[in-house]
Each structure stands twice: as C-alpha cells, then as structure tokens.
Design a protein around this ligand. Structure first.
Ligand code: PA5
Length: 380
C-alpha cells in the first residue's frame, strides 16, 4: 500500500468503503441496521431459558464463543441462569467439569456454529444432547436445545428445523470473529442479564462518531489503524501487546487476539497479537516490556473511572515503557460497562479490518484454520 505512514483520510475513506461493501462486511453497520424484532425475539428466548434452567451450556469455539465470554467475564452480571462453556476444546477433563457442575440441576444448551460442522462443538453437542435426553426424555429435551447457525445450510441447521429447536440465524455477511454483536453473542448475553441494548448503543456510538467521513483525520480509530501500520512497516514492530489494568478483561484479550491473529496473519505477514493484564503482569512480562527486544509496541485500554492507584500505575507504566523505547498507544473509555465494551468491539473490529486492508491482506478469510479443520475431519 502506497502511504507516507501518516493518517490519510482519503485512503481511509476508500478502504472503509471497501470494508462496508465487502460480502463479509455486514458487521460494519450492524449497530445502525439491527432488526428490532430480532432483538425482541432474543429477549423472549432468554426469558424462556431463564425460567427453566439453572445453567445454560454455551457450545462453540473461536468467534462463536470468545466475544460473549469476554463480556460475561468482564462484567460478572447476575442472572438466575449461569452460563457454562463447552465445545471450545477437545479436552474430556473440561467437559467433565461442566457435567459435574450441572449435577442434577435443570439445564439447557445453546449450540453456536456458523458452519455447523466444526468438530469441537459437534462432539460437545453430542455429549450434552445425550445428557439432556437421559434427564428429560427424547421429546422434552428438544425444548431445551437452542441453536444459532447459518440461515440455510449445514447439518446443525437441518437438525434444528427437523426437531423444532429454538433457533437464531447468523447473517451470511458476518464471519465468526466479527459476530459478537450479532445473534451469536446477544442470546447468551441476554440470558446472562447483560444489557444488550447498551452494548449495541456503545457500538453505534463508535460507528457514528469514529467513522464520520468529514473528520476521519481526527478519528482515534483511524489513527490507531494507521499507527499500527507505521509501527509494523516503518519501525519494524511485529508484536503488539494489548494491556489493561483490569484482570476481568482477560477474555476480552483472548477475543482481541483471535480477531487480529486470524484477520491479519496471512501471506506470511501480520503483527503478532499478544496481551497482558497489569499490574499483575508488570511483575512478570514487565521486565521484557522494559528491556527485551524492541520489536514491540503496546496498546493500553484505559477505563477513566478506574481507582486512583490503578490510574497512577498506568501513568507510571506508560512513562517507564516509553523511556524503555516502546511506543504506547492509548485508548480511553469511560468505564468498564456495556457501553464501553460495545464501543471497544466495534472499534477493534473496524480498526482490524482497516489495518489488514492497509497491509493488503483480506481481513475476512482464514485459509490457515480451514487446513486444520479439514485434516482433523479426515483423521477422525
Ligand atoms: O472467526 C472465525 O471464522 C472462526 O474463529 C470461527 O468462528 C470458528 O472456527 C468456529 O466456526 P463455526 O462457527 O463455523 O463453528
């Protein structure tokens, strides 16, 4: 990509237009185009699950799981139904932990898979379906199985139709890692009593304020994407470390790593996404950040209403790391709540797609992951 590495509003506008018009760009304007009837339906399903189940087992992997877990871990919302997770690994130990936690209590399951063919969720679905059938009988267990999948295709889609499972569809033009604010994330979040309206409001705020075409040169989002590109191409930084001073952001970091890793890591290019949680990791990774190889830059998320001690620690860290020769980018949001998380999801999804476009990479495919999925199916 031809650029002098400073923010170029015209180039940003052209690339954002390409992103929005891409056949996988449905997430870009989602906060403005959401179907109100669908939100109503999601809330009804959530109430139904809450009234019948002490646990909801969310079965899914990658983009079908990390986003909603990030919000639930970050906010610890209170709900009559506790969300448990399965199908994000092939570990029998992990599966058994979930089965043990459910014990004899009432539960339902929600299988989330766009393709409907991913091995990890398919095996977990099998295990929990059997458990449901044993406890409630074959017919009644169907009312405790919920599915979020493709609108028209796949084994999961066909099974949901045949058995009248409660189901939601994933829009064709939204891929896994860009799907947290779609049906994929919203149903489990509504069951967990997260305020999904506020989450979407935060995303809308980002969409409308950060991508106002009259002012792209001053947009924090556009600046972040161009800064990443400059640091990578000009300054030789091929590792980005995402940091925040809130331990409950651990799963948000995991979501962020998947988003950037799977979107940018192609054609033997891309910035390696890593993460830390401070101040904890200042006592481990802090040493490397201060004096290790200088191929790193750091992106810090600041929650403005954080405690005085935490804000002071952040100031000290930024000072120390800059002194150590690290470029630190700062993203400030008011509070650790639904509004800010919705904002951050939309912010990073858009910045990620824009950064990848600057590098000449397609942000929406994942040919490398497909190789593993296909080989695994063959081996099994
Ligand atoms: O971002 C992606 O596309 C992937 O991480 C997928 O979400 C993940 O592989 C799960 O795929 P599926 O939802 O088809 O089961």
């Amino acid at each position: 990509m031809e650029t002098n590495f400073s923010v170029d509003p015209k180039l940003a506008e052209r690339l954002l237009f390409e992103i929005e018009s891409d056949q996988m760009g449905g997430w870009y304007d989602l906060p403005n185009t959401y179907n109100v009837d669908e939100i109503k339906h999601i809330k009804e399903l959530a109430r139904k699950i809450q009234s019948t189940s002490k646990f909801l087992v969310c079965i899914g992997v990658g983009g079908s799981y990390l986003g909603h877990r990030a919000v639930i871990e970050a906010l610890s919302p209170k709900s009559p139904t506790k969300i448990l997770y399965a199908g994000n690994s092939l570990s029998t130990r992990e599966l058994n932990k979930v089965i043990d936690e459910i014990g004899d209590d009432d539960f339902s399951i929600l299988v989330i898979s766009k393709s409907g063919t991913t091995i990890e969720p398919a095996l977990a679905f099998d295990a929990f379906k059997q458990k449901l059938q044993k406890k409630y009988g074959e017919k009644d267990s169907c009312s405790r199985i919920f599915v979020t999948t493709d609108a028209n295709h796949g084994a999961l889609h066909d099974e949901a139709i045949a058995n009248h499972y409660g189901s939601l569809t994933i829009p064709n033009d939204i891929g896994g890692r860009y799907s947290v604010l779609s049906t994929v994330g919203l149903l489990p979040l509504a069951v967990a009593n997260v305020n999904i309206d506020k989450l979407l409001e935060g995303a809308k705020f980002c969409r409308d304020k950060m991508l106002n075409t009259g002012d792209l040169g001053n947009s924090m989002l556009v600046r972040y994407a161009f800064d990443r590109y400059r640091l990578y191409k000009k300054d030789g930084c091929d590792v980005e470390v995402l940091a925040s001073f809130e331990p409950s952001m651990l799963y948000f970091n995991e979501w962020w790593k998947q988003l950037f890793g799977e979107s940018e890591g192609k054609n033997y290019q891309g910035i390696f996404p890593a993460s830390v949680v401070y101040t904890t990791d200042l006592h481990s990774m802090g040493q490397y950040m201060q004096q290790g190889r200088r191929n790193i830059f750091e992106t810090i998320i600041e929650f403005a209403d954080n405690s005085g001690a935490n804000l002071a620690a952040e100031k000290a860290t930024v000072y120390a790391h800059r002194l150590g020769g690290i470029e630190v980018l700062e993203i400030k949001v008011p509070s650790l709540d639904e509004l800010s998380l919705g904002f951050l999801f939309q912010f990073f999804e858009t910045a990620c797609a824009l950064s990848a476009k600057l590098m000449g990479i397609n942000p929406f495919d994942q040919p490398g992951v497909e190789v593993y999925k296909q080989k695994m199916r063959e081996l099994l």
